[in-house]
Design a protein around this ligand. Structure first.
Ligand code: AP5
Length: 214
């Protein structure tokens, strides 16, 4: 099963992808996490991606598409994948469709996680991420048991440099102009299911699993 999670910055794509991938035994490919890891390690990919991420802009399609195509050829992706943060524009969506077509595969469902803008801003301003395993936390909504430490792996929690008010504004702009048109694209191919992203994490996860299985 191949599923795309679509939604604005802060909609809960990463949070939900981690939960749902475990439930459905799927691999989780998060382009943002892959880029952040590459930046942290200082690889060539990280050096190329850094300046775009800092501004809240999209990393060029050529780089992003090549990275994802490599990931989907990996053995863990054989049983299916949840794509979190990819595709992000029409060119990426078409590239994924084409690559899958060549392999006799197709996207099964696109889950559009819908959250109002005011709530997105609250979520991003209080977000903390584990440096080691990338698990997201929130000051108010999902605080860690020990301040500054990840419940899962004990890693250090940090605030993403692109979660500042100015960069979030830019990321939302990019989302509405480049990514939101994908809602139409996947509605036309009858793959889109809309899920209310507001509520407790496990409630939203239940909605997503039901929508995917339907
Ligand atoms: P990326 O990391 O993908 O960022 P994003 O899409 O902006 O999404 P976020 O990670 O901010 O939000 P999310 O929806 O995953 O929410 P989360 O679960 O964390 O991309 C970062 C950058 O990388 C891009 O700007 C770009 O430069 C580059 N990039 C990535 N992909 C690319 C691509 N395909 N093409 C080109 N460039 C690309 O939740 C947010 C917060 O809310 C957390 O604190 C969480 O604890 C909390 N929360 C979650 N669910 C709930 C809930 N139900 N109730 C209350 N709080 C909740």
């Amino acid at each position: 099963m191949y599923i795309v999670f679509l939604g604005a910055p802060g909609a809960g794509k990463g949070t939900q992808a981690a939960v749902v991938a475990k439930k459905l035994h799927l691999a989780h490919i998060a382009t943002g996490d892959l880029f952040r890891r590459a930046v942290e390690v200082g690889t060539e990919l990280g050096k190329q991606a850094k300046s775009y991420m800092e501004k809240g802009a999209l990393v060029p399609n050529k780089i992003t598409i090549a990275m994802v195509l490599e990931q989907i050829s990996a053995p863990d992706s054989k049983e299916g994948v949840i794509f979190d943060g990819f595709p992000r524009n029409l060119e990426q969506a078409k590239a994924l469709d084409e690559a899958f077509k060549k392999q006799g595969k197709a996207i099964d469902k696109v889950v559009y996680i819908k959250v109002a803008e005011e709530e997105l801003l609250k979520r991003l301003s209080g977000r903390w991420i584990c440096r080691k395993c990338q698990t997201p936390y929130h000051d108010v909504y999902s605080p860690p048991k020990v301040k500054g430490r990840c419940d899962k792996c004990g890693g250090e929690l940090y605030q993403r440099p692109d979660d500042t008010v100015e960069t979030v504004r830019e990321r939302l702009k990019v989302y509405f102009s480049q990514t939101a048109p994908l809602i139409d694209y996947y509605t036309k191919s009858k793959k889109l299911v809309e899920v209310d992203g507001v509520g407790k994490v496990n409630e939203v996860a239940k909605r997503i699993v039901a929508a995917v299985r339907n």
